[in-house]
Write a protein that binds this ligand. Structure first.
Ligand SMILES: *Cc1c(COP(=O)(O)O)cnc(C)c1O
Length: 376
């Protein structure tokens, strides 16, 4: 019996995207096999980490790589390591007073629920500007924010159209100014894939010191992994603090299976055909647009970029029938024999092809046709 059936847990079709609340993404069969293989033997964890880190750095065109127990842990370890780098002391040897006076600069427009790690570290957060464009922060504002206690600048990049608020200084200028002050820039790009080139764009092209990607989103690795890429100086400190060392990373355990899983997932992602993935997504979106173009219940529009601002299309549902509500569509799709999970975002419901296989897509389309029948 399937374990989810045994537990009476519904298996969902993911028409929403890489949302962590439903599991983010699916690992490939090969990744699952490699994880199985990995679980069958003991290995020296530190040797395994070293081998995987070296290979992933090379594959992603970066100086260095560290695997963390999730994207947020990656952010936490990078920010804490920036403080260690400044004081040249491992985090566990820092005095409370040293941590408390350490400052991390962040634009107010970038505040989000994932930045909790700053509070956990116990250092100061220096917020700049506003979460809108009424008074965009200029270079001078950032310039003046640096003090002798500044340890890092934390940045959340966005492509226009994503959920990140405007109002921050652009990343290029932020990096240039920070470099003058010899302060590392740490970029949270957890959901900023595709494009593949983002794996090296922030660090190698723009010069950020570290970038963090969630392993369980578009990379299709284990949900509980994160990939930190960037400069050796900072990442060497991250390594010192990371599991299994007895420092702040020890509470964020990463198993050998997960290490092998994310290794294989990144390898597959680097080799994947981006054009083909984009074409398949476009095909699904266009198919929905055409199929429902004459419906008086609802129709679809191409919505680009996606919720994270990434270059992938979603189908945005436009409801025409006054008896159909957003919640009704969402609940109807969830109530099907093969429940379909969708997201309501900014007052619209979307069918996101990002994580849909062709078979999944046919089920989604049939369910939408059935819903339409009910209102015809
Ligand atoms: C998902 C996400 C994270 C967290 O990554 P996890 O791997 O789920 O810990 C952090 N920042 C942003 C912007 C995200 O979208």
């Amino acid at each position: 019996m399937n374990v989810y059936d045994e537990l009476k847990i519904k298996k969902l079709i993911n028409a929403a995207g890489t949302y962590t609340v439903i599991g983010g993404s699916k690992m490939s069969e090969t990744t699952l096999e490699k994880m199985n293989e990995a679980a069958r033997s003991y290995v020296e964890i530190k040797d395994l980490q070293k081998a995987i880190h070296e290979r992933l750095a090379l594959l992603t065109n970066n100086e260095s790589c560290v695997i963390s127990a999730g994207g947020i842990v990656g952010i936490y370890l990078c920010l804490a390591s920036a403080i260690s780098m400044k004081y040249k002391k491992q985090f566990k040897h820092l005095k409370k007073s040293e941590i408390e006076k350490a400052e991390i600069i962040m634009f107010k427009a970038h505040r989000n629920p994932y930045d909790r790690s700053v509070n956990l570290i116990g250092c100061k957060l220096v917020e700049l500007g506003y979460a809108n464009t009424i008074d965009i922060v200029d270079e001078e504002t950032l310039e003046n924010a640096f003090t002798e206690n500044t340890c890092a600048v934390f940045y959340l990049p966005s492509t226009s159209g994503g959920w990140v608020a405007p109002g921050a200084l652009d990343l290029q200028t932020t990096i240039q100014v920070s470099k003058k002050h010899h302060v590392p820039v740490i970029v949270d790009a957890a959901a900023q894939l595709p494009p593949k080139s983002n794996l090296w764009y922030f660090t190698e092209e723009l010069g950020a010191d570290a970038v963090i990607f969630s392993g369980g989103k578009y990379l299709k690795g284990p949900q509980s992994t994160g990939v930190i890429l960037g400069k050796k100086d900072l990442l060497d400190w991250v390594n010192l603090h990371n599991f299994p060392n007895y420092d702040i990373g020890r509470m964020h355990k990463i198993s050998r299976e997960e290490l092998v899983g994310i290794y294989n997932a990144v390898k597959e992602y680097v080799q994947s055909d981006e054009d083909e993935e984009r074409n398949q997504a476009n095909w699904m979106v266009n198919d929905l647009i055409q199929e429902f173009s004459k419906s008086n219940c609802f129709s679809f529009e191409d919505s680009y970029p996606n919720e994270a601002g990434q270059p992938m299309s979603r189908a945005k549902m436009i409801i025409h029938h006054s008896d159909i509500s957003l919640e009704h569509v969402r609940d109807y799709l969830l109530s099907k024999e093969q429940p379909i999970y969708t997201k309501i975002d900014n007052g619209f419901i979307y069918i996101n092809p990002m994580m849909l296989s062709i078979d999944d897509y046919r089920i989604v389309k049939n369910s939408l046709l059935e819903l339409q029948e009910e209102y015809k």
